[in-house]
Ligand binder design. Structure first.
Ligand code: ADP
Ligand code: MG
Length: 158
């Protein structure tokens, strides 16, 4: 699967990268965002939300099933941290978040069998205190072309 790796050296750079990706997304698209605690998943989603016109405060939905924000399009932000697989009833609770929205899913591992096929997968890894390696995979190469190349502070990985 086509993939781009970018090293970011601040939360703002991660938000910028997310914003670039978000600008290429459409309603109905699902993006899986994985990485350990503190890797920057919520920071990434916050940047995507800003680029999609969300002005509300974007916080981690770890203790709720998810948030839905109104922007230029609706943006859903789910966190499956507490789940171990998804039952039909649990999927029933989540399904409305996927209607007429761009969807970002943190801790998607529990949902891989139940979620709609993702448009992109993002994985964040801790490199140093303010440095993260962000890998973006997508079947559709056009989603990745030139990602981060417009900002000299960001660079492509190997
Ligand atoms: P997660 O949702 O993966 O648990 P958060 O986005 O909530 O992670 O937290 C990431 C933390 O790391 C924040 O405190 C953020 O300011 C910090 N941070 C430092 N450098 C970066 C970076 N390059 N990208 C993203 N977050 C960063
Ligand atoms: Mg988070």
């Amino acid at each position: 699967m086509p993939s781009v790796e970018v090293e970011t050296s601040s939360p703002a750079e991660t938000e910028d990268l997310a914003g670039q990706l978000a600008g290429r997304l459409a309603v109905g698209d699902v993006v899986l965002v994985s990485g350990e605690l503190g890797a920057g998943k919520t920071t990434f989603v916050r940047g995507a939300c800003r680029a999609l016109g969300v002005t509300a405060r974007v916080t981690s939905p770890t203790f709720t099933i998810g948030h839905r924000y109104a922007g230029a399009v609706d943006v859903s932000h789910l966190d499956l941290y507490r789940f171990r697989g998804l039952s039909a009833a649990e999927w029933g609770d989540l399904e409305p978040y996927f209607e007429d929205a761009v969807v970002f899913v943190e801790w998607p591992e529990a949902g891989v069998d139940a979620l709609p096929p993702p448009r992109a997968r993002v994985r964040l890894e801790h490199v140093a205190r303010d440095v993260r390696l962000v890998a973006v995979d997508a079947d559709d190469d056009t989603l990745l072309q030139g990602l981060a190349s417009a900002d000299p502070g960001l660079r492509h990985g190997d």
